[in-house]
Design a protein around this ligand. Structure first.
Ligand SMILES: Nc1ncnc2c1ncn2[C@@H]1O[C@H](COP(=O)(O)OP(=O)(O)OP(=O)(O)O)[C@@H](O)[C@H]1O
Length: 610
């Protein structure tokens, strides 16, 4: 009778669970039959919320440990301190291996020091001797708040809870018997390694993607499945919770330290990084005005300037508007057609000298290192070069055909690389890496990416935001939408000044060729060490004079402005500098009280007070 009453109660509880949701409502009573249910429910709740409860569990175990140590081994406190120091050291040393960011490592080290310090003090004087209880309470709360608030931890817990239901999910979608082996949570979602049940294939799982998205409560199109090459019964499930392309993706700094590593340009839609090698390869960046070409060049420069085994030269016939901010890291910057022509002619001299040196040594390719750096020439708006410096284009053509093996390569940006805009030469056909930002017309797709690409599904005319692009390269042969990282002007400035002191010098073979060109008009003469040193010296005068010209033009324009002031557009025209540069200068002058804003967007200089 009693037994049937408690069964009745349990059934009633179960009904309540169904009615009120997942969390069982436990009615406390003195009925002993309910005890196991209560204990199980508490244990489950403790397990489920173990991450949130971690601060309490840590505090409780500190007190327990201190009680034991104080009673039995009070003189062992130095051992506690030593273990603490070792643990803090391990966190510092193994930070990367533990996948901890700097701030997380600092937190972990601080908490470990707090726990160890308190426990050793409690070992000596007892955990309940003032002020230790108060110190524990205050320290516990202070340490727990960042833990509870930490976004990455919360995301990990949420994913763990979701994956705890994997057996049910797998059963529901038709992959019964598969198991989760590991899961990794990142900024954009999570990645799960799944062991498939006997006889199941990755293709079976791919067919269940829509069902999986539904069962995991993800948005449509959020899940991707990839095979694991070495095991047919394993797969990797990627769930993207935040669309990486929804907003601009900030650049977090260079990802490489050598040109032999692939540069990282941005992220694909599935949040995997876009990596492409520029070693001994020419690159073409195309797309309409405002589509993000300069952004891509900035990212490329951010990466390349971090490499001490590459020398960078730049050609920017828009008076250096795009490349000037990087000038301290560019060994040469040409801003006029004449400078462009001589820069490319010098590059050919280097190319030929290197080719001769390689042939002499019986080598096939130039392996860049800090003593023998690669040379990359960035050309912003190639079409301007074609219009203004036809001779330079002939040199560029030659570099495009012969530069790869000797690591003298081009990165050219242009709005529409038609035969005319590319100077009817071989340059376009020699480009191994192609980045297509948005193009205006469908036929422009093939112009940038190559014949037949539009038909094969490379639809860069449908890209819908600045910075989005398609990448075609030997290691990227399927069209996947990507977005470049966005580097703001401050980052450009900071990165350029950080990297500038570490730029390499030209190798002696190349410097000797340059010296010979300067003195004899061709590149095969013997040069003294002093000559070489002079030839190696970066020629950054172009930069300084262009900036000074702009500063002077700006100041004169402001000073001579009429009483209603001069507009931003006019200032942009007279300085030929970028908008951010102009705004920065205006702010500096205005902060110093030298100029004033007469009305919205119109400025003028103050008359000097004597
Ligand atoms: N990756 C990106 N994410 C978000 N916004 C971007 C990105 N790249 C560029 N933009 C935005 O688009 C604007 C134009 O970009 P950018 O100057 O790179 O275009 P462009 O193709 O070089 O144009 P132009 O040919 O006129 O120089 C930038 O001011 C920036 O606000």
């Amino acid at each position: 009778m009693r037994r049937s009453t408690s069964r009745h109660r349990i059934r009633r509880n179960a009904r309540q669970v169904r009615r009120y949701g997942a969390e069982p409502i436990v009615l406390l009573s003195d009925d002993l039959d309910l005890a196991p249910l209560v204990i199980t429910a508490i244990a489950r709740a403790l397990w489920r919320y173990r991450s949130e409860l971690a601060p309490f569990l840590t505090t409780a175990s500190m007190v327990g440990t201190a009680v034991l140590l104080h009673d039995s081994a009070a003189d062992h406190w130095p051992a506690v301190l030593s273990v603490t120091a070792a643990a803090v050291g391990a966190v510092v040393v193994l930070r990367r291996w533990l996948d901890l960011r700097l701030i997380e490592a600092v937190y972990a080290a601080a908490v470990l020091a707090l726990v160890g310090g308190w426990t050793s003090a409690a070992t000596v004087i007892g955990p309940f001797t003032p002020p230790l209880p108060m110190a524990l309470a205050v320290g516990g709360v202070v340490a727990a708040v960042p833990w509870w608030a930490h976004r990455r931890r919360r995301a990990r817990v949420r994913v763990e809870r979701k994956l705890a239901a994997w057996p049910d999910i797998a059963h529901a979608v038709g992959l019964a018997g598969s198991r989760v082996q590991s899961a990794l949570v990142d900024l954009w979602g999570y990645r799960v390694r799944v062991a498939l049940a006997r006889g199941q294939t990755v293709e079976d799982a791919v067919a269940k993607i829509p069902a999986l998205e539904s069962a995991l409560g993800a948005r449509r199109g959020a899940a991707r499945i990839q095979p694991v090459p070495e095991r047919a019964d394993r797969m990797e499930l990627r769930v993207i919770e935040t669309d990486p392309h929804a907003d601009a993706i900030g650049w977090t700094g260079p990802s490489i330290t050598s040109i032999t590593e692939p540069v990282t340009l941005g992220l694909f839609e599935d949040a995997t990084p876009v990596r492409v090698s520029l070693l001994r390869r020419h690159a073409l960046v195309g797309g309409v005005a405002g589509a993000g070409k300069s952004g891509a060049i900035n990212v490329i420069l951010g990466e390349l300037t971090a490499c001490p085994d590459v020398i960078i030269w730049g050609i920017d016939l828009k008076r250096g508007m795009e490349l000037l901010p990087w000038a301290s890291c560019l060994d040469r910057l040409a801003t006029t057609p004449q400078e462009a022509e001589s820069l490319l002619r010098d590059a050919i001299a280097i190319l030929e000298a290197r080719a001769d040196a390689l042939a002499g040594d019986g080598l096939r390719v130039w392996e860049p290192n800090p003593d023998a750096p690669a040379l990359i020439i960035l050309i912003d708006e190639y079409a301007e070069l074609v219009d203004e410096a036809p001779e330079a284009v002939r040199h560029a053509d030659s570099i495009a055909r012969r530069g790869r093996a000797v690591a003298v390569t081009l990165v050219a940006a242009t709005q529409r690389p038609s035969q005319k805009a590319m100077g009817h030469g071989a340059v376009r056909s020699q480009m191994d890496v192609r980045l297509s930002f948005r193009v205006r017309e469908q036929r422009d797709v093939d112009l940038i990416l190559g014949q037949g690409m539009l038909k094969s599904g490379w639809h860069s005319h449908t890209l819908n935001a600045p910075g989005k692009f398609l990448l075609s390269a030997p290691e990227h042969d399927i069209p996947r939408r990507a977005r470049t990282y966005l580097i703001d002007d401050h980052q450009v400035q900071r990165t350029a000044s950080t990297h500038a002191p570490h730029r390499p010098l030209l190798d002696s073979i190349s410097a000797s060729a340059l010296h010979a060109v300067k003195t004899h008009g061709h590149g095969h003469e013997h040069s003294s060490e002093a000559d070489l040193q002079q030839a190696r010296e970066p020629d950054r005068n172009g930069r300084h004079s262009a900036v000074q010209d702009a500063e002077t033009a700006l100041w004169e324009a402001l000073w001579c402005a009429p009483s209603e002031g001069i507009s931003i557009d006019e200032l942009l025209r007279v300085t030929a500098m970028s908008r951010p540069w102009l705004y920065k200068r205006l702010k500096e002058h205005s902060d110093a009280g030298r100029i004033s804003q007469v009305s919205r967007g119109r400025w003028r200089g103050y008359p000097t007070v004597n």
